[in-house]
Write a protein that binds this ligand. Structure first.
Ligand SMILES: [Fe+2]
Length: 372
C-alpha cells in the first residue's frame, strides 16, 4: 500500500495587514501568551499590535519574549513552564523561526506537564492535545508556520534536534508581508536562502510527489525573481510579498516531502560553528547540489525546464550578489578543526534520509570537506 500523507495548518491567511485578524479569528478565549524573540517584534510594533488585537477580545494577554536565535531546549522549557504557570489557553508564536519553534514546542509540551527534554529523550509522549497554537511569521524563510517540527538547539549535547508530532502543526497561520518589511539585508538574504533551500531540497527529495513538486517550483520561481530585489531594497513591497509567499509554499512542500543533506548536515554545522541556519544553508546548497547532481540529472533538467535556469548557477549567482561566502570557513575561522565533532553529531534519521544520494559516514565526510 502506497500512501501519501498531506499535513497542512488548519487555516492560513496571507496578505498585507492580516495581523489585525487576530481580533476576529476563532481563537479560544484567553488567557493567552505571545512568544516572541528580541527587539524586532517590538521595534516593528508587531508585538504591541498583536497584544492590542487580542485584548480587544477581552483576553488577558501575557508576553514571553527574549527567545534567542537558534533557540535552545532550555528556553523552550521555560516557555512551556510559563504557559502552565499562567494557565494559557492559547499560544501565539510571533517572529522568526526560533520564536515560532519555541512557541510550537511550548504549546505542545505544556499540557503534558513534562519538560521538553523528557519528550526528546522519549521519556514522555506528546499524547495530550496541545494548546491552541497560531503562528505569525515576521521573516520570510523559516517555513516553521507550516510544519509539525520544532527545531531546538540542545546546548548540553551541542546538537540541533526536532521535536515532532502531527498535533504540533499550527491551527492558524497569519502570513502578513508587512511584518517582514523591517528585516535588515543580512536577515533577508539568510532567511530567503533558507526558503530556497527548503524548495530545492524538497523538489529533489525522495519523499517528493507531484503536489509538493508544484509547490517547490512555485517557490523557486518567486525566489529567483525577488530575493536580490528584497535584499537590495527592503522597501520593495512586491518583492517582500513574493518572498513570504515563496516561504510559505516552500514550507508546505518540505513539510510533506522532507528535505536533504543541506539540512541534515547543516544542522550540526550550524550548532557547532554557531552560524545562523539560513546562512549555513546558503553556503552549503550549491556544494550539495553538485554532489547530488549525478543521482538526479533527470530531475535537474526538469526543474531547469520549469524555471528557465540551471539551479546550481542560479544559487551561485544569488550568493555572490548577496555577499555570501563560498565555504563555511569564510564565516567561521576554525570550522575545519571541528570536522570530527560535526561528523560525530550528524544524524542520518532525519532530513538526511531524503537526500537523493543515500548518505553514510564516509560520503558525509567527503561532502563536509568540500563545504568547510
Ligand atoms: Fe531550514
Amino acid at each position: 500500500m502506497s500512501v501519501v500523507n498531506f499535513l497542512f495548518p488548519s487555516v492560513v491567511r496571507f496578505g498585507e495587514g492580516c495581523l489585525s485578524l487576530l481580533e476576529k479569528e476563532n481563537i479560544p478565549k484567553g488567557p493567552g501568551v505571545i512568544i516572541t524573540g528580541g527587539k524586532s517584534a517590538k521595534k516593528s510594533k508587531a508585538l504591541g499590535r498583536a497584544v492590542s488585537y487580542l485584548e480587544k477580545r477581552g483576553d488577558k494577554v501575557y508576553v514571553f519574549d527574549g527567545v534567542e536565535p537558534e533557540v535552545s531546549v532550555e528556553t523552550a522549557d521555560k516557555a512551556s513552564e510559563y504557559c502552565r504557570k499562567i494557565k494559557a489557553v492559547y499560544v501565539i508564536g510571533l517572529g522568526g523561526g526560533s520564536a515560532l519553534d519555541c512557541a510550537k514546542a511550548a504549546a505542545g509540551c505544556a499540557p503534558g506537564g513534562c519538560g521538553v527534554t523528557q519528550y526528546l529523550e522519549d521519556k514522555a509522549k506528546l499524547n495530550k492535545p496541545p494548546l491552541y497554537f497560531a503562528a505569525v511569521p515576521t521573516t520570510a524563510g523559516t517555513g516553521s508556520e507550516c510544519t509539525k517540527n520544532a527545531v531546538l538547539t540542545w546546548t548540553a549535547r551541542k546538537v540541533k534536534i526536532s521535536l515532532r508530532g502531527d498535533s504540533l502543526v499550527p491551527r492558524l497561520v497569519l502570513a502578513d508581508p508587512e511584518l517582514t518589511y523591517s528585516m535588515p539585508p543580512d536577515i533577508t538574504s539568510w532567511t530567503g536562502m533558507d526558503a530556497l533551500t527548503h524548495a530545492v531540497e524538497s523538489y529533489f527529495s525522495s519523499g517528493a510527489n507531484e503536489t509538493t513538486k508544484a509547490l517547490s517550483v512555485c517557490a523557486i520561481k518567486l525566489i529567483q525573481e525577488n530575493i536580490v530585489k528584497a535584499y537590495k531594497n527592503g522597501g520593495d513591497k512586491t518583492a517582500r510579498r513574493s518572498m513570504l509567499l515563496a516561504s510559505v509554499n516552500a514550507g508546505f512542500a518540505f513539510a510533506n516531502a522532507g528535505l536533504g543533506a543541506v539540512h541534515g548536515l547543516g544542522h550540526p554545522v550550524g550548532a557547532i560553528c554557531k552560524i545562523p541556519h539560513g546562512l549555513v544553508n546558503a553556503i552549503m546548497l550549491p556544494h550539495v547540489l553538485k554532489y547530488n547532481k549525478k543521482a538526479c540529472l533527470k530531475e535537474m533538467k526538469a526543474l531547469e525546464k520549469e524555471t528557465g535556469n540551471d539551479i546550481i548557477d542560479t544559487v551561485l549567482k544569488m550568493n555572490k550578489q548577496m555577499k555570501i561566502p563560498g565555504k563555511i570557513s569564510g564565516v567561521c575561522g576554525n570550522a575545519k578543526a571541528m570536522a570530527g565533532l560535526i561528523l560525530s553529531t550528524t544524524a542520518y534519521s532525519g532530513s538526511m534520509q531524503y537526500n537523493p544520494v543515500k548518505m553514510d559516514a564516509g560520503k558525509t565526510e567527503k561532502l563536509l570537506k568540500r563545504v568547510l
